[in-house]
Design a protein around this ligand. Structure first.
Ligand code: SF4
Ligand code: SF4
Length: 501
């Protein structure tokens, strides 16, 4: 190494990008994304309540179930948690935070991901049991419920509990942003060591943050005045951030830091999944990563004919035709029970085969060590599913919006609605992309698990420890191939068959 080579090269800061970086760093920079998404949410809700109750002709259902879902997974993989950054539900939340000042902390017992995992399960089950994909009205109510929940929780509690502990969309985004190429970090760790106010987490008192020691409270939480810049809502401390988990990309830390020391660093995707100790070794956080991969399978399974055969068999066996109960059983087993059983079983077998059942190879340690390996295969499954709906329905938003405008007396684009507009590719063409996504996710998971096995058990024992996970990933891949090779259920209207689900 040359004498002049710096010991530490700070990563590339995406916020140094011309124009967009400067705009995002501004005090109200986040509104650039939030206002369009807020207006979109209002439009979707309005059409959901008042518009034609046909899924393929209503902005609520097309916007939420075709475009939002497709774009969210694309954004996560290409950039990061952009949808939390632009989340419109946090607008009333910010208002509530200003109104409430410093509220109570969220109950200790609930400061984990179990509520979010339960929320994900509930939303996928409700989506299926109520045919939410086909109901603009229910979709609109779901949006309203989101706004209300985020506002009320922020009014009562500090620490953004809605984003951090409850929001199912946020939990999904947190989990898959671990694969993204951007992450919050600091330019110079030494600056943080001497920083007095730790404004990135505490918030600053003024719109132009300046350190005024006399203003800094000795005991957090600090009261913010109206001109202040909020600190990290989810209580992440910038110099210690190792993962995108719990980061909403709000950039409040960037704006609050008086030393311009917070960056949005460019990193290799999945870096945090490869490195040990980036995620806490907690059951809840790691089960979220595992369960989401299985939920991807179950969610897609609900749209193919074999689900009906299974429901029929279950109905006969249990002597009931209650669809809500039958679906509850299928979703519970597939989304929660199976992932728990199989992933804990794999961890136990890995320890047994590698002959290490004593510390540090406790079951929880092994479970947590391998859980990040479920992220790539899970992302591949979700991208294959949501990408499909997006690709075959991307252009439908044009006639639906056109129709909405005509219904409200706005004939800017003529009076002929072109209902033929549908996808940018057909199902057969996208099947090739689905195969690439599934196999790509599978191989990335296998490589990750192999690497973890070597790290945890050493080269000699790693093959045996890796085996249960290799079999589990193969089973997930085969299940995904089976589901995606099935004919898609005919849903929606004639011109958009199969668009929804
Ligand atoms: S990131 Fe900024 S505000 Fe936070 S500790 Fe470092 S210098 Fe202080
Ligand atoms: S303030 Fe917290 S949640 Fe927002 S970008 Fe910074 S670290 Fe992430």
């Amino acid at each position: 190494m040359s004498r002049h080579t710096p010991l530490y090269q700070p990563p590339l800061d995406a916020l140094r990008a011309p124009l967009i970086g400067r705009l995002l760093k501004r005090r109200h920079g986040r509104l650039l994304l939030q206002i369009p998404l807020f207006l979109a949410a209002v439009l979707l809700t309005y059409d959901g309540f008042t518009g034609e109750q046909i899924a393929s002709r209503n902005l609520a259902t097309v916007g939420a179930w075709v475009h939002y879902r497709g774009l969210v997974i694309l954004a996560l993989l290409l950039a990061g948690n952009l949808f939390c950054m632009g989340c419109p539900f946090t607008l009333p939340r910010t208002l509530a935070k200003r109104l409430a000042g410093s509220g109570k902390r969220f109950p200790r017992l609930l400061r984990n991901k179990w509520l979010a995992i339960g929320g994900l399960f509930l939303i996928f089950w409700l989506y299926e049991v109520t045919d939410m994909w086909a109901s603009p009205l229910l979709t609109a109510w779901l949006i309203v419920a989101y706004f209300a929940a985020s506002f009320v929780l922020e009014l009562i509690f500090t620490e953004s509990p809605f984003c951090k502990y409850i929001c199912p969309l946020g939990a999904f985004n947190f989990a898959y942003s671990t694969l993204s190429p951007l992450q919050i970090g600091v330019r110079n760790a030494k600056t943080c060591q001497t920083c007095v106010g730790k404004e990135c987490i505490n918030g600053s008192y003024s719109a132009q943050p300046v350190i005024l020691p006399a203003q800094i409270s000795e005991r957090p939480p600090i009261q913010h005045d109206r001109r202040g810049v909020l600190g990290c809502g989810t209580l992440l401390y910038a110099p210690q951030i190792k993962s995108n988990m719990d980061c909403t990309f709000c950039l409040d830390c960037v704006r609050a830091c008086p030393h311009d020391n917070v960056i949005l660093g460019v990193r290799s995707p999945a870096r945090e999944l490869r490195q040990p100790h980036t995620l806490p070794k907690r059951w809840d956080v790691n089960f979220l990563l595992v369960a989401l991969a299985f939920m991807g399978i179950v969610n897609a399974f609900g749209m193919v004919p074999p689900v009906y055969a299974l429901l029929r068999d279950l109905a006969l066996a249990l002597g009931t035709n209650a669809e809500w109960l039958l679906l509850l059983i299928v979703f519970f087993v597939g989304s929660l029970a199976l992932p728990a059983l199989l992933s804990i079983g794999a961890a136990w077998l890995a320890n047994l085969l590698a002959g290490k059942q004593q510390r540090p190879h406790l079951l929880r340690h092994t479970f947590a060590a391998f859980a990040p390996a479920f992220v790539p295969i899970g992302a591949g499954i979700w991208a294959a599913h949501y990408g499909f709906h997006f690709i075959i329905g991307a252009l439908t938003i044009i006639p639906v919006l056109h129709n909405f405008l005509l219904d409200h007396g706005i004939g800017l684009f003529g009076t002929q609605v072109n209902w033929q507009l549908g996808g940018v590719a057909n199902a057969e063409q996208f099947a090739i992309v689905q195969v690439i996504l599934l196999i790509g996710g599978y191989f990335a998971s296998m490589m990750l698990a192999r690497r973890i096995a070597v790290r945890e058990y050493g080269v000699a024992r790693s093959q045996l420890a890796f085996l249960p996970y290799a079999l589990l990933f193969l089973a997930l891949l085969l299940a995904a191939f089976f589901i995606f090779s099935q004919p898609m259920e005919m849903r929606g209207t004639a011109e958009l068959d199969g668009l929804f689900h």
